[in-house]
Write a protein that binds this ligand. Structure first.
Ligand SMILES: Nc1ncnc2c1ncn2[C@@H]1O[C@H](COP(=O)(O)OP(=O)(O)OP(=O)(O)O)[C@@H](O)[C@H]1O
Ligand SMILES: C[C@@](O)(CCOP(=O)(O)OP(=O)(O)O)CC(=O)O
Length: 326
């Protein structure tokens, strides 16, 4: 009745924005992402029949408000599928900063869904677990299946689930993601809620199918340039939509743009294979290949931002009992 799981956050490639159904978190369109490592979330879940209430703790702090509501959604779905009313104790740790655009809701709800289903004794495939994680965060569905994954939209759990894409191993092993941290706090919930109100949203929807086809084909071929050109372009498309909604969200900061410039200089002046990408946040993912990672990190660090070099992460997995957080 107790289990611990670990999951990695995601970088969007063809990014998800906006939900058809906020309760079930059914996105308007398919989306593709890649999990990042060593960034991860570790979560322990225990069903405790003697308790009166659930408790949720992240990074040593009890979670309340909308953060707790989202965790409860995932836990309630597990309770329903397992046919139990037992209360749970959830403890979680992120080994990276949350709410700065590094995808903590993805790894957080993926680790939660993986640990909770295991603790409840449910025998489910990763795509099935992805439908439970999706109720906390749609990007978490892709963090359950890991690597490069594709979340299909749909109106039910049979259709709206994540599937791991078949991508050449050499391409995955060669990818380096230089993280340019721009620590500006934000929450994406409101942006999703107003996504469809931007006049750019219809344009984005009609464009996204070609982007998805391009990304799937480029990933199958292991074509670095086409995959990350698509991700860079989609970052600009996503920002165009968020910036032109009713709240006019501008997620980028001056440091973000400086990193974009550094990346484009490396590409045009030094012929380095390197592309930027942002999700909903000011932090930049700088995608390059292993042999260029040091040169790219040095150029990005010169703008004054803090950097890290990450790689591709796998699916959500169960850890040993000795790794439990309580
Ligand atoms: N370990 C965790 N377990 C459960 N929920 C988590 C965890 N870490 C973060 N979260 C939730 O995810 C929210 C942050 O994610 P949000 O949906 O705002 O955007 P995001 O784009 O995934 O986040 P980030 O800015 O980290 O990229 C937090 O406010 C919290 O409610
Ligand atoms: C473009 C993104 O940054 C969208 C992030 O959205 P969230 O995963 O934060 O959304 P919730 O479902 O509300 O948790 C990355 C992506 O998933 O494509």
């Amino acid at each position: 009745m107790k289990a611990t799981a670990r999951a990695h956050p995601i970088q969007g490639i063809v990014k998800y924005h906006g939900m058809r159904d906020e309760d079930l978190r059914l996105p308007y369109h398919d989306s593709i992402s890649v999990c990042t490592a060593p960034s991860n979330t570790t979560t322990t879940v225990e069903f405790q029949p003697d308790r009166d209430e659930d408790t949720y703790v992240i990074d040593g702090e009890e979670v309340e408000g909308s953060g707790a509501d989202r965790i409860r959604k995932v836990v309630d779905e597990v309770r329903e599928r397992a046919g139990t009313d037992d209360r749970v104790c959830v403890e979680s740790e992120n080994n990276f900063q949350s709410n700065i655009g590094l995808g903590s809701s993805a790894s957080g709800f993926a680790a939660l869904a993986r640990a909770a289903t295991e603790a409840a004794g449910l025998d489910l495939s990763l795509p099935e677990i992805s439908t439970i994680a999706r109720r906390g965060s749609a990007s978490a569905a892709r963090a359950v299946t890991g690597g490069f994954s594709d979340l299909h939209t749909g109106l039910n759990d049979e259709d709206c689930r994540s599937e791991r894409l078949d991508v050449p191993e050499e391409f995955v092993d060669d990818l380096r993601i230089v993280i340019a941290k721009v620590p500006s706090y934000k929450e994406t919930g409101h942006a999703h809620a107003e996504a469809a109100e931007s006049h750019m949203f219809e344009a984005r929807l009609s464009h996204i199918h070609a982007q998805l086809a391009e990304a799937r084909d480029a990933l199958r071929e292991g074509d670095f340039q086409r995959v990350f050109e698509t991700a860079e372009h989609d970052s600009l498309s996503l920002a165009a939509t968020t910036m032109t909604g009713p709240s006019g969200w501008v997620y980028w900061k001056p440091d973000t743009i400086e990193v974009f410039d550094a990346v484009r200089d490396l590409r045009s002046e030094e012929d380095v294979p390197v592309y930027f990408s942002t999700d909903t946040g000011a932090t930049v993912y700088v995608n390059t290949r292993a042999e260029y990672a040091d040169e790219v990190e040095a150029a990005v660090a010169e703008t004054g931002v803090e950097t890290d070099v990450w790689e591709v992460g796998g699916p959500a997995r169960i850890l040993d009992e000795s790794d439990a957080l309580f």
